[in-house]
Unconditional design. Structure first.
Lengths: 407, 240
């Protein structure tokens, strides 16, 4: 029997029992659309995490000053003022380090006209911006010259800009930080939420020198709140982390066996953990959807078995007039595959609609890729072959005499 | 002496059931049928005539013994090879017509040709011709349940003959038909045998039907108890 005839036969058989065919198909439809939706949600979560990671800056080590013990009372990490600008300068000598960005920060009340707003004000060097992957959306970032001249200028995030300036164009305007006037020279591009849910766009950056001398005065000369260290590649992260730790221990004169008065964290490692968690969620969602597709497949097998039993006499007649085993096998297999492919097509359509609905109702990022559609479709065809095979083989192995004897 | 079309030598058949002793149905049947013969198989139910028909039709295989069809030994053939023989060498007509319900008369007649590998167009063309010869040209696109019993059986005969088989095997072809239609069908089969030299083997339990044949074989309990001309066989029976 030629291929087009086989397909024609299968479609004819399926169309005679429309209700049953569509109910069987429903299992596949639900399964496939679940796969499309779940994979979309999973991938969306993954790419959200990846976005956050890349917004953090790549290959970053962050150094916190350590805890301080005063009269038996231990303060938490960052309480001590042990990290200094000269530590930052020294850190540039560590193998693989391409940039260091020391920062000081404190929360201040901001003002513009009669509006006020509170945000974290961070004193940074120009290297900070590339280290954390900050790009200006409008205006400029500041330069080494601004740093040297203790300029009262600020680069602000989009949330801050909106809260403080509303619809006004902030660039060139003067805002107040603790009643000191600062000129806004740039607005940063949007970063969105950080991995821990903070709004990364509610920020004010001013030159480090200005901050240290006019806003955040410290009794400890040269002390900084944080030090970002960017390493050339992820392969160098571990060695750079170890070398930086050794360097700081020597600089802080910490005897062997004594605890560090600083903490070095590998941000990339933290980000990777988050990425792994998101990946695990994507796999889990996919697996759940896969189970529903599997159940749909079992439904097909069930119906095909019933169909084979019902059509035993038809199989007998076909065999009597010359159908070979493979003709019968193909006939039933193609029926199963046709159900799956049709169900797959409807399922993909419903899945796309469902994903769109979820994205617009919940605001979740749902990412549909061609590959997930292809996967769902291919998987449903595979389900058809896998679960259609047994009933089809059972039909093809019927003995003609016995098949003809059944009424 | 012409070459036998069908030669059975010492054919035995017993049915094996799990957990029960085998049931013997045929005990050493030997039989030669020549081209152009019209053989009627008669016997009471349980005589083994259906089993013998199934073996002749390659729907079943003998437990023991030889079956040579048109010079080819059937023993030891694979299921697919048997399917090929059924497709090309044998034509079946059944009591219940056994047309495929969802297919038009035309598609039913075309189906054996499609299984043999012909294209749909060519098969349809030949099938239409064949239906025309059976006087059914106007009914080609009807479904079986839109046809009368006699028309359905004629479609079945067209389907049986469409591959130009060596033998037409008819199992109670008139069992579901009224007397007038039965006569019509039997005259058709008789004509095919007489005018087109088609070899016919027909199973029946009705003497009136057997009368259309030339040779009569009576079976009882798996043995041949009579093999001769129809006239002789029927009159002997009538005398006894």
């Amino acid at each position: 029997m030629r291929a087009p005839q086989v397909v024609q036969e299968a479609l004819r058989a399926l169309s005679t029992n429309r209700l049953r065919t569509s109910l069987t198909m429903l299992g596949v439809i639900i399964g496939v659309s679940a796969v499309v939706i779940m994979m979309g949600v999973g991938r969306g979560a993954q790419s959200l995490v990846n976005q956050s990671i890349s917004s953090m800056g790549s290959n970053l080590l962050v150094v916190f000053p350590g805890s301080q013990t005063s009269g038996g009372i231990r303060f938490g990490a960052g309480a001590a003022q042990t990290l200094t600008l000269s530590d930052a300068a020294a850190a540039t000598s560590v193998t693989g380090v391409i940039r260091v960005a020391p920062i000081v920060m404190r929360s201040f009340q901001l003002g513009y006209g009669n509006t006020n707003w509170s945000a974290m004000v961070t004193g940074v060097t120009p290297d900070y911006f590339p280290t954390r992957s900050w790009d200006p959306e409008e205006g400029d970032l500041f330069s080494e010259a601004d740093l040297r001249s203790n300029a009262r200028i600020a680069v602000i995030g989009q949330t801050t800009a909106r809260q403080l300036f509303g619809d006004e164009q902030p660039i060139g305007k003067t805002m107040r930080i603790r009643n000191l006037p600062f000129t806004v020279i740039g607005i940063l591009s949007r970063k969105g939420q950080s991995l821990d849910g903070r709004d990364q766009d509610d920020v004010v950056f001013i030159p480090l020198t200005t901050a240290r001398q006019q806003l955040i005065r410290s009794t400890f000369p040269g002390s900084i709140n944080l030090l970002f260290v960017q390493v050339a590649s992820s392969e160098l992260m571990n060695s750079a982390e170890a070398e930086l730790t050794d360097l700081l221990r020597v600089r802080h004169r910490i005897a062997p066996g004594q605890e560090n008065d600083f903490t070095v964290r590998n941000l990339t490692a933290i980000a990777q953990t988050a990425a792994i968690a998101a990946g695990a969620m994507a796999i889990l969602l996919g697996a759940i959807a896969g189970v529903s597709l599997l159940v749909g497949g079992i439904g097909i097998m069930n119906i095909m078995l019933v169909s084979v039993t019902e059509r035993t006499r038809e199989i007998g007649i076909r065999m009597a007039i010359g159908a070979r085993q493979r003709d019968i096998l193909r006939q039933f297999l193609i029926e199963a595959v046709a159900i799956c492919l049709a169900g797959g097509a409807v399922g993909v359509t419903l899945g796309l609609a469902g994903a769109w609905l979820i994205a617009s109702l919940s605001g979740l990022l749902v990412e549909i890729s061609i590959s997930s559609i292809a996967l769902a479709f291919g998987f449903s065809a595979a389900i058809g072959i896998f679960f259609g095979w047994y009933p089809a083989a059972k039909a093809s192995r019927l003995r003609p005499v016995e098949a003809l004897r059944i009424e | 002496m012409p070459q036998s079309l069908i030669r059975l030598s010492d054919v035995h058949k017993q049915y094996e059931t799990v957990g029960a002793p085998p049931v013997p149905v045929l005990h050493g049947i030997s039989l030669d049928i020549l081209p152009g013969e019209f053989v009627c198989l008669m016997g009471q139910s349980g005589s083994g005539k259906s089993t013998l028909m199934n073996i002749l039709g390659c729907l079943d295989i003998p437990t023991r013994g030889q079956y040579v069809l048109d010079g080819q030994s059937v023993a030891g053939l694979s299921p697919d090879e048997l399917a090929g023989i059924r497709n090309r060498r044998l034509g079946f007509v059944f009591q219940g017509f056994n047309l495929l319900k969802r297919m038009t008369a035309l598609d039913n007649v075309a189906l054996p040709m499609i299984y043999s590998g012909l294209s749909r167009d060519e098969a349809s063309r030949v099938a239409r011709d064949k239906l025309g010869m059976m006087g059914l040209a106007a009914f080609a696109d009807r479904l079986p349940n839109q046809l009368s019993g006699g028309q359905q059986q004629r479609v079945a005969i067209a389907r049986a003959l469409v591959m130009s088989p060596a033998v037409l095997l008819a199992d109670e072809p008139t069992g579901n038909l009224d007397t007038a239609t039965s006569e019509e069908i039997m005259r058709l089969i008789q004509g095919l045998n007489r005018d087109d030299s088609i070899t016919v083997v027909l199973v029946t339990h009705e003497q009136d039907i057997a009368r259309y044949g030339k040779r009569l074989i009576r079976l009882k309990d798996g043995h041949i108890i009579f093999d001769g001309s129809v006239t002789q066989g029927l009159s002997e029976r009538g005398a006894a």
